[in-house]
Structures are given as structure tokens and as C-alpha cells.
Design a protein around this ligand. Structure first.
Ligand code: ADP
Length: 577
């Protein structure tokens, strides 16, 4: 088991290495991209927080500005009538331009003893049911006498004395003293019907008598005439303002403490009391604050689940998946390449082994064949000595020729296996070139009588050093081929010339020739250009052995041939070797 594991590890370690490196790289890439995306997202979140805070702050400034316009109406004329107020506020068209706006109204600042007179005046002006509603037991009252839009909801506030409620009173008194816009803390508007109530708040701006003469706080207290104010339903207002911020959740707290009591608005709730998501279910959070008209709002902002672009959020995951997919693919590829490589190596080893076995078999077989053949030869010689008739003599001669051919075949087989084993021995000794040629020619001529082997008359008289027996074998092979592959001719030519430091021996025939494309391969072991000479028997050993013998003598065997015309095999042997 362990051995197998070791073997697998050894064989497939490049694939495993690829797997490990690429996996590590994929994780690294994932980490880097994740980091970069997180930084980008954090920056984007900061930007969104700033935008949301500014949007609320700027919009509240707009409302203060609207109130300043309303204040000016009272400073333009001493007696503002209800229809003037309506005309002016209608013209502002606030409910359309600024959603979340509940009312734009005016409350008059009167002494308690003016209560009845005020009621009478308003009743006379077309509001027969008008009554001041107050629970405040003080010297002053601030009943609402103009309110727009004059709808059912706002009618609930008509005649309400805002000094009755501490929160409102505090804001109004601050407005008197500062002369600036002043906002209440979280209140429930009188307009709320009890059905789906929302938190609300009011924004006051004081209206003074003789505004141009007002210098001091006392002047302000003594000359207060009334208040223009806006009433807001917090949820409607904020939801409209923060509509473009659907990727973040915003909670607005009235004051510094993040408590349910102070919660003015929660964008994470569809309705004021309903939660849309779980607390803590966010990636980023930030706290900011805005100061508006004497109050501080604190914003707690968290990123929504869908914060940022989807592609960007998925980017690290995509990078990781892509990296791992490539890793797995490359791993599979590497494994299959290694597997194929080891298969090929195995096949190669197997074929080498087979080749070796084959050579071994040839060696043994030819050796075994040689023994009975020697015995047959001995018997034949004994027969030759016997008294035979002519007919029997001729038959004996033929049998002898066949035995010689068989002998050569077995000899060739033995030589091939010797060459393969690197055991072909060369026994060098001096001999005459002429003798070499004559003996070779005689060997062949003896068996093949169909052709006349013509030797050139100018064979140089030169002594060579080498294994005459082996060289004779090589030339004999060439001569036998020349005879064999020129069935229509009846002559084969042998020539030899002396070159500078070599001697060149040529065997020429007028036979079938060899196409150029086969001229290199014919020297390979067991190669036969069968298609050219299908009827001619042979084993493809002759040229292989001849070539090996010449090579052992540091010579060269080459061929020149033309199909249909004949072939010239040339042996070049060095003289001084
Ligand atoms: P074999 O003659 O037994 O087939 P060889 O090794 O002697 O084997 O020759 C290899 C091949 O070369 C032959 O099969 C033959 O096609 C080609 N060949 C050799 N000598 C000649 C030649 N003189 N003329 C034409 N073809 C030849």
C-alpha cells in the first residue's frame, strides 16, 4: 500500500506540484482580489454615508429656507389673512416638491385673556366650529390658526395650542430667544389618527412684531407675534429623501442615544415598527450626525445585503472558481501526459525486450541448425566418393548447391545475432585485393551459373589489411544480390580502382534497380523492398551484414541506382588501416 503510494507520488509528482502551485496561486489571487474589492467597497460605503448625510442636511436647510419665505409674508404686511397664507403656500406646492411634508402652518402667540376674542374672529371668518384646544395653564397660548393643506388630517391640528406640549414649547421658546429656526425633538403629530402612526417633528421660525427694531433677546421676547412652522411625518419624509439609497440602511435617532425611544426613522423597516432584516446582517457600518435647527440627529448607517455591484461582489469568487477550474484542468492534463509517457516507456521497454528475445532466439536457432547441417555435409562428401552414375552425380551436385545456400543463410542469421550482441569479430591480416575479388567471384559463380561475373582487367595490385574472410562475405552478398535482382541480364561486373588513400570496389548489375526513396533503408536489418521484387526470396540480412563488416573496417558502403537500368554498390576501404 505504502509502496504503491510512494510509486504514485514519484510518478505523478509534477502533476501534484502543478496542482499545489496553481491552487496556492488561485487562493492568493482570490485573497488579493477580495482585499481590493473590500477596500473599494469600503470607500464606496463611506461615499454613500456622506451622500445620505448631506442629502438629509441639505433638504432640512431647504425647509428652513421655505419657512423664511413664509416669515417674509408676515413681514411684508401687518394683516395676513387666511387666503393670503393659502395663496402663498399653494404657490410653493411643497407637498409635490418635498414629499413627507405634513403641514405648513402659522400659530399665533397670544395672552390667555385674548383666547375668546381670537376664537370669535376666526369663527366669523368662516370657521364656525373653531375652538382653541389647550391644556397649558400659563399666561401665553400658541394656537394654530392657519394650516395648509387644509385637509382632514391637518384639521385635527387647527386651533391646537402648541404650548400645551413641552417638547413643542421648548422649541418655540428657543426660536423666540435665538430668532433662528428651531426644531422639536421627536413628537407625535396632532395630525396622527392613531392608525399607522409615525414619529414626527416640527420646525419653527419666529415671527416678530416690528422686526426691524429687534436687537436684543428681550426685544425678541417682548415682540413675539407667532410662528411659521412645518410639520413632518418622519417616515414619509425620510423614505422620500433616501429613496436613491436602496443599498444602505439608515436609522435616524433624535439625540445622541441610539434607543428605540429616540428612533425617528429606520429604513430597514417597511412600516415604522416592522423589521425588514436582522440586526448585524451587514458588512459595513458608520455613525454620523447632523445639526439642524438646534437639534442633533444621529445617523446609524449600515450596508445592505445588495451593497455594491453584483459583479464586483462576485469577483473574488469568480476568480477563485476560474483559478481552480484551470488548476483541475491542468492537473488532469498533466496526469494524462505522465500516464501516456509511462505507457509509451513501458511499450518501448517491452518491444526492446521482445527484440532482445528475438535476437537471442535467432542466435540459438541458427546455432542449432548448424550442427545437423555439418553432419549432412559430411554424408554428402562420403556420397561423392562413392561410385555414382552421371544422373546421380548431377543430383548430388544440386543437393550440394542447396546445402551451400542453406549454410549461407544460417551463417547470415548467426552473424546478425553477433552484430546485435556487438560480438562480430574482425581478425585482421594482409591480403591481396585481387585474391579478395577472385575468391568472392568464385564463391558466387560456383552456385549461380545464370550470370557471368566479369572482373575488370585493371584491378590494381595492392595489399590490404583486414579480415579477408569477412570482406569476402560482404562482396559475395553484393554479387549474389546483383545476380538475384537482374533476372533478365546475364552479366554482373566487378571493378576496383585505387584512389588517393583508398581503394574503391564496385559491383554493377543491369537489373531492376532501386527507387531513391528505398536506397537508405535497404541497409537496415531485415529490410526488403518487397514490392519491387515480390517473387525474389530473401530475408533482408545481406546488405545489413555487408554494411556492418565494411563499417568495422572503417570503410563505407554506398549505392547508386536507377529503376529499370541497374545498380552500382560501391565499397570504399582505407588503405592504411
Ligand atoms: P535480401 O536480398 O535477402 O532481400 P538484402 O539485405 O541483401 O536482402 O537486400 C535488401 C533489399 O535491397 C532487397 O530485398 C532488394 O529489394 C534490395 N536490393 C539489394 N541489392 C539489390 C540490387 N542489386 N538490385 C536491386 N535491388 C537490390
Amino acid at each position: 500500500m505504502i509502496m504503491k503510494l510512494k510509486f504514485l507520488l514519484k510518478t505523478y509528482y509534477p502533476a501534484l506540484l502543478t496542482l499545489i502551485i496553481l491552487t496556492a496561486f488561485s487562493i492568493f489571487a482570490f485573497h488579493e482580489v477580495h482585499q481590493a474589492v473590500s477596500i473599494r467597497r469600503a470607500k464606496l460605503f463611506q461615499m454613500r454615508v456622506q451622500q445620505a448625510t448631506e442629502t438629509i442636511g441639505n433638504r432640512m436647510q431647504d425647509y428652513i429656507q421655505i419657512l423664511k419665505g413664509c416669515q417674509s409674508v408676515f413681514y411684508a404686511t401687518d394683516s395676513v389673512r387666511e387666503r393670503d397664507w393659502k395663496a402663498y403656500t399653494d404657490n410653493l406646492n411643497v407637498s409635490l416638491n418635498y414629499p413627507g411634508f405634513q403641514a405648513i402652518a402659522y400659530a399665533v402667540h397670544i395672552k390667555k385673556n385674548q383666547w375668546a376674542a381670537l376664537e370669535n374672529t376666526i369663527r366669523k371668518n368662516g370657521h364656525a366650529q373653531f375652538a382653541i384646544r389647550s391644556t397649558f395653564k400659563d399666561e401665553y397660548l400658541t394656537p394654530i390658526i392657519f394650516i395648509e393643506p387644509f385637509n382632514m388630517r391637518n384639521l385635527r391640528a387647527f386651533g391646537y395650542d402648541m404650548y400645551s406640549e413641552t417638547n413643542r414649547r421648548r422649541a418655540m421658546d428657543r426660536a423666540i430667544v435665538t430668532g433662528q429656526a428651531s426644531m422639536t425633538r421627536k413628537v407625535t403629530l396632532i395630525q396622527e389618527t392613531g392608525d399607522n402612526n409615525q414619529p414626527g417633528f416640527l420646525l419653527y421660525l419666529p415671527v416678530y412684531r416690528n422686526p426691524e427694531e429687534i436687537r436684543t433677546v428681550d426685544d425678541r421676547i417682548n415682540n413675539i407675534k407667532g410662528f411659521v412652522y412645518n410639520a413632518f411625518r418622519a417616515h414619509d419624509l425620510m423614505a422620500a429623501m433616501l429613496k436613491p439609497f436602496d443599498d444602505i440602511d439608515v436609522k435616524v435617532f433624535d439625540g445622541a442615544v441610539h434607543s428605540k425611544k429616540n428612533l425617528l426613522y429606520d429604513s430597514g423597516a417597511r412600516a415604522p415598527n416592522e423589521k425588514k432584516y436582522n440586526e448585524g446582517d451587514f458588512e459595513f457600518k458608520a455613525d454620523t450626525s447632523i445639526n439642524i435647527a438646534g437639534q442633533q440627529w444621529n445617523l446609524h448607517i449600515t450596508s445592505h445585503k445588495n451593497f455594491g455591484s453584483l459583479i464586483e461582489r462576485r469577483q473574488p469568487g469568480i476568480v477563485l472558481m476560474f483559478g481552480l477550474a484551470i488548476t483541475v484542468l491542468l492537473f488532469i492534463l498533466a496526469v494524462s501526459i505522465i500516464k501516456r509517457k509511462s505507457e509509451v516507456l513501458e511499450e518501448l521497454n517491452l518491444s526492446k525486450e521482445l527484440e532482445h528475445k528475438k535476437d537471442e532466439f535467432i542466435g540459438i536457432a541458427s546455432h542449432e541448425l548448424k550442427t545437423p547441417l555439418t553432419s549432412i555435409k559430411a554424408y554428402m562428401q562420403m556420397l561423392e566418393r562413392a561410385e555414382l552414375k552421371d544422373k546421380e552425380k548431377s543430383l548430388l551436385q544440386k543437393a550440394n548447391d542447396q546445402i551451400k545456400k542453406l549454410n549461407k543463410l544460417i551463417g547470415d542469421l548467426l552473424d546478425v545475432s553477433k552484430i546485435q550482441a556487438g560480438k562480430l569479430q574482425i581478425n585482421a591480416a594482409p591480403f591481396l585485393l585481387g585474391d579478395l575479388l577472385n575468391d568472392s567471384i568464385e564463391n558466387v559463380q560456383h552456385i549461380y551459373s545464370s550470370h557471368e561475373i566479369v572482373k575488370s582487367a585493371n584491378v590494381p595490385v595492392v595489399t590490404l589489411i583486414g579480415d579477408k574472410f569477412r570482406l569476402e562475405q560482404a562482396i559475395t552478398n553484393l554479387l549474389i544480390n546483383a545476380v538475384k535482382y537482374s533476372p533478365r541480364a546475364n552479366k554482373v561486373y566487378v571493378d576496383a580502382v585505387l584512389l588517393k588513400d583508398r581503394v574503391s570496389i564496385k559491383v554493377c548489375d543491369e537489373g531492376i534497380g532501386i527507387p531513391e526513396k528505398y536506397q537508405k533503408q535497404i541497409f537496415d536489418k531485415f529490410y526488403r523492398a518487397e514490392e519491387l521484387s515480390p517473387s525474389m526470396s530473401g530475408l533482408g540480412m545481406g546488405l545489413y551484414i555487408a554494411n556492418e563488416i565494411i563499417k568495422q573496417h572503417h570503410g563505407e558502403l554506398s549505392v547508386k541506382s536507377e529503376v529499370g537500368k541497374g545498380s552500382i554498390f560501391a565499397i570504399e576501404l582505407p588503405l592504411n588501416h
